[in-house]
Write a protein that binds this ligand. Structure first.
Ligand code: ZN
Length: 512
């Protein structure tokens, strides 16, 4: 059919008109989009300038490694999403094995990590070693009956034959008689998937594990070997600096000398010997101690302990770096309960002529009423252990930034002890974005059935979708905010830089 020309030209005219209109419309939409995207970018930029890692500038090699490692991470995230399962969102013990078998774990294990700020020394050991060692030690006994007020099943200790308390049996004998003994003991000493992560019960179980090993590692003939092995594991995990929260008032003992015979000086000397041993091979290796006591005690008893801490700091200023109170925050005394102690510290400072910086464990709680962080900040805590509920206090966040206080974040500990289940929701991402400086620690790795701090890094690299800038800042913060003096820091950072560059080369050669 022939279409009249007028109709064709009319329709062409209208078509051209509407195409023109469409173009104009598109143009104005494009313009709108560009304006919108620019505004979005500006906000993103504003945020990234505020972030804790804003000062980090990556080299070309680092950018290449970032791209490659990022690709590996994104592929993992895609697979997890397709499978509707994201490991860091569920309980650690369900994916521990999967993590260990991943290429990412291997790469992060080799990553130099600087130091650990938050570590309770007994738990830096591989607990398989404790069990193996206990099973062949003469004079080693274990309480192997139902828990009572004095002892818990699995509690280890060394005694002269015949002098062990009722209910204690020789570990060597039990290991020979019962093929399951070692597995059962390891089960008692550590956490696994069978543990409930209900916060109240889990702390009871958690504290029992310390009771079980407390008299094992403080046995004088075993102490040095215990930590020689433990430190080797830490070095294998890419660490060069350790800060230990250690209760030095609980002294070593042996078969001839009960607790109290040796003084804290012996323990400190042993730590120094160990540090020197490792320094022979790794000059930048360092150990510092933050003396701790328990927040369950009365203020008078804590005051006596603080006096001991001042004495030790005066004697060993290069080793004893500060003071802290530990144990479950919600069950123990509040930080303000000890206010008299904190405010009277200047009198001890006058007597001993040294300061005693605070490194307080505070804010490890889900309870709204736990506001210990006010005290940690007002008392000028150098760093804050956990600081988990800092997100509740906007004014404190400002103060933490102004005072340049580093928050020691323990991601897996927080999950295992029941403070958070999905690590993507950990408040540390908020701290980082707000410009609060943080560092990563494992808290009690041995009890949690792992060694080092690599599992924490693995979990957060995925859960917080960290970029290389953030990863590097976390590692650097572990030295920058350590208690090392300026000269030590300089040396430590220099060594770290070298190891980091080697690791970057390794990542670039391993990944496509
Ligand atoms: Zn702790």
């Amino acid at each position: 059919m022939r279409i009249p020309l007028t109709i064709i030209s009319c329709s062409l005219f209208f078509h051209a008109l509407s195409a023109n209109g469409q173009m104009k419309k598109n143009q104005s939409l494009d313009k709108k989009k560009a304006t919108y995207l620019n505004a979005r970018k500006a906000l993103e930029q504003q945020d990234s300038l505020m972030a804790f890692d804003a000062s980090i500038v990556l080299t070309q090699e680092e950018q290449n490694a970032e791209e490659k490692l990022g690709r590996l991470r994104n592929k993992m995230l895609k697979d997890y999403r397709e499978n509707h399962y994201f490991p860091p969102a569920s309980y650690f013990y369900r994916w521990e094995k999967h993590m260990e078998e991943s290429q990412l774990f291997d790469l992060l294990k080799k990553m130099p990590k600087g130091g650990i700020h938050h570590l309770h020394p007994v738990t830096m050991q591989d607990y398989d070693w404790i069990v193996e060692r206990a099973a062949r030690e003469e004079n080693c006994y274990v309480y192997w009956e139902v828990d009572n007020n004095s002892f818990v099943k699995g509690q280890l200790g060394f005694f002269k034959h015949g002098q062990q308390p009722t209910g204690f049996y020789p570990t060597k004998e039990l290991a020979t008689k019962n093929p399951q003994f070692k597995t059962e003991l390891l089960d008692l000493l550590t956490f696994d998937n069978s543990i409930s992560n209900d916060s109240t019960d889990i702390w009871m179980e958690f504290e029992k594990t310390f009771q079980r090993t407390g008299k094992f590692y403080k046995y004088q003939p075993i102490f040095k070997e215990y930590f020689r092995v433990a430190i080797k594991n830490m070095i294998k995990d890419g660490l060069q600096h350790l800060e230990l929260r250690e209760g030095l008032s609980f002294t070593l003992y042996d078969l001839e000398h009960p607790e109290g015979y040796y003084t804290p000086d012996t323990t400190i000397q042993y730590w120094k010997d160990l540090e020197n041993e490792f320094k022979q091979e790794i000059p930048e290796f360092s150990i510092k101690i933050i003396h701790t006591f328990l927040r369950f005690f009365e203020k008078e008893k804590v005051w006596q302990d603080m006096e001991l801490a001042f004495q030790l700091r005066k004697k060993y200023p290069e080793m004893i770096k500060g003071y802290d109170l530990v144990a479950e925050e919600d069950a123990g005394n509040t930080s303000i309960y000890f206010l008299d102690n904190w405010l009277k510290m200047d009198s001890l400072q006058m007597v001993y002529g040294v300061d005693l910086p605070l490194y307080l464990h505070d804010g490890e709680s889900n309870w709204i009423s736990n506001d210990n962080l006010y005290d940690a900040v007002l008392l000028n805590s150098k760093r804050i252990g956990h600081g988990f509920n800092l997100f509740r206090y906007p004014a404190l966040i400002q103060k933490v930034k102004e005072n340049n206080i580093c928050v020691e974040v323990n991601p897996l500990s927080n999950q295992i002890l029941g403070y958070i289940s999905d690590l993507r929701m950990h408040p540390a991402t908020y701290f980082m974005n707000q410009g609060v400086q943080i560092s990563i620690s494992p808290d009690d790795p041995g009890v949690f059935s792992y060694t080092g701090v690599t599992p924490d890094y693995w979990a957060i690299y995925l859960a917080w979708e960290l970029d290389f800038q953030a990863l590097k800042k976390l590692v650097w913060n572990s030295i920058i905010y350590s208690s090392l003096n300026e000269k030590e820091k300089e040396m430590s950072l220099k060594a770290l830089e070298k190891k980091w560059a080697e690791w970057i080369d390794y990542v670039n050669s391993e990944l496509n």
